[in-house]
Design a protein around this ligand. Structure first.
Ligand code: SF4
Length: 499
């Protein structure tokens, strides 16, 4: 039988077929690399685990793994250790490592604590914290121990760092004991079902045939070879139009070319379909002229890069609060002349964003229009900076009030190309609209990669020459983001023949 870990259990609650494939067809997952973002989430979870241990004095960490860890845990319990980190149990094919166990003498049993690097309690698969605890409690109880309390320790979203991290303030304890006991009945049933399910020689049916592309896992193609690479699953938010979508799937309509009732499509879905059928871009010239007519020179093509961490690293910021560590700015005057400005925090100390805001104030005259791509992100960073630096709030608010989102030309379907495949992300739009400009040759090509590189650059242990290289890569990447907007803007002018 397979060893079933807690992650397996949570995967099962999300998609049992996915778990079955992981166990029986592991090779399907060999080429699947975790994204930088996914790696970061795992690292943050491990970091939160380690930091939460500061809340318990005299705890002993089980550092070994697998069978040795199980034996070490037994030894610690037999030796009367009252607080154990990463206690490990393997019972009846189920395997767990408990973040924190603390013996409660008055209740005559163990308190179980699960540390979560999140800002709240989640009760939805696959991150159902009550089920997670109920699973662990069941396995530990199978070993003969008594669990008298089950709690989650998560991050306090109200906490803002000021000096050294105050772990008592950073973490919040939530006692879920009653819910866990109640849920344990269902979880025990699920645990039996998993064993039976994984014991099957064959597994059929992939529910994602009835879900949009974003909901699917990487095995979709394996389970659904008849579905083309670009299919009705890629139509913009098709999962929300259930009746229409389900009907196509029931009738075996997978290709956009096979849709026989396009009159039922509206908005972005219809625009995507029409561009696909036409085989070339559909451009609403009047609307683009009207949009571009709203802009006031000089134009400021602006982009931030941001960094987040579960355990706040800098004063004034809380768990998972985005820290704008860099901006790039291309400035265009009425004659089309272009200037470039940039700022990168290389040695964060004290009030780390103050020099950045000061520089912005010198670089931007808010009487011109600041242009971003998906402006919500830049506006939220400005709001945070205005809170941190009230003396610059008027300046930042004025920028926000007048900010223009260049993405709107594409998300409002004024320009739809079949190659966008229903997306208005700059990474999809740029190679189509400005094919000679590309992220593909860049050492940094994504925002989460930039964040990870910045953390490396500011680390005191990173060698000086590596820091210099990362600095250059970060500046190049952010500059390309704003140059991409400049070039898209210029191309739009050509298309509507304003230039
Ligand atoms: S594609 Fe969807 S239903 Fe199929 S295995 Fe993956 S997650 Fe499960």
């Amino acid at each position: 039988m397979f060893k079933i870990t807690k992650t397996d259990y949570l995967d099962y609650t999300f998609c049992k077929k996915n778990l079955w494939l992981k166990k029986h067809k592991h090779e399907l997952f060999d080429d699947v690399e975790l994204s930088d973002f996914e790696k970061k989430i795992i690292e943050e979870g491990n970091l939160a685990d380690a930091e939460a241990q500061n809340l318990f004095v005299d705890g002993v960490l089980v550092e070994s793994v697998d069978n040795e860890a199980i034996l070490d845990t037994k030894r610690l319990i037999d030796d009367g250790i009252e607080t154990i980190f990463q206690g490990t149990f393997y019972e009846d094919d189920f395997f767990i490592r408990a973040d924190i166990m603390n013996y409660n003498k008055s209740l005559g049993g163990w308190e179980l604590y699960e540390v979560k690097a999140s800002n709240d309690i989640k009760r939805k698969e696959p991150y159902h914290y009550v089920n997670d605890l109920a699973f662990q409690k069941t396995v530990i109880e199978k070993s003969g121990l008594k669990i008298v309390k089950s709690s989650v320790i998560h991050l306090n979203k109200e906490y803002r760092r000021g000096g050294e991290v105050d772990y008592r303030e950073l973490f919040i304890f939530v006692d879920l004991s009653d819910e866990v006991v109640e849920q344990q009945v269902d979880v025990k049933k699920q645990m039996e079902e998993i064993k039976q399910y994984l014991g099957m020689d064959e597994e059929k049916g992939c529910e994602c045939l009835y879900r949009g592309r974003n909901a699917q896992c990487t095995t979709f193609k394996y389970s659904n070879p008849e579905v083309p690479e670009y299919s009705v699953h890629d139509i913009n938010r098709i999962g929300l139009s259930k009746k229409l979508f389900y009907d196509w799937i029931d009738r075996g309509i997978y290709s956009l070319d096979d849709i026989d009732n396009p009159e039922k499509l509206t908005g972005a879905k219809l625009a995507q379909y029409n561009a696909h059928k036409k085989g070339s871009a559909i451009i609403d010239r009047e609307s683009i002229i009207s949009e571009l007519g709203k802009l006031v020179f000089p134009l400021y093509f602006f982009d931030y890069e941001g960094f987040v961490s579960a355990i706040p690293m800098f004063d004034g910021f809380g768990a998972y609060e985005q820290i704008p560590f860099q901006y790039s700015l291309h400035i265009m005057d009425e004659k089309g002349n272009i200037d470039h400005k940039e700022f990168l925090i290389t040695d964060p100390k004290g009030d780390i964003t103050l020099p950045l805001v000061k520089q912005m104030k010198e670089d931007i005259d808010p009487s011109g229009t600041v242009i971003a791509w998906y402006k919500t992100y830049e506006k939220q960073r400005n709001e945070k900076l205005a809170q941190l630096h009230p003396e610059y709030a008027d300046f930042l608010n004025e920028i926000n009030d007048k900010m223009y989102d260049l993405m709107h030309i594409f998300s409002k379907n004024y320009y739809v190309d079949p190659a966008f495949k229903g997306s208005s992300s700059i990474k999809k739009v740029l190679p189509v609209v400005v094919p000679d400009l590309s992220y593909s040759t860049m050492n940094i090509s994504k925002g989460d990669q930039a964040s990870e590189r910045w953390e490396k650059m500011i680390n005191k242990d990173t060698p000086k020459d590596e820091k210099e290289k990362i600095k250059k890569d970060l500046l190049d990447y952010c500059a390309l983001d704003t140059m991409a907007m400049v070039r898209i803007y210029q191309r739009l002018l050509e298309i509507v023949k304003l230039k």
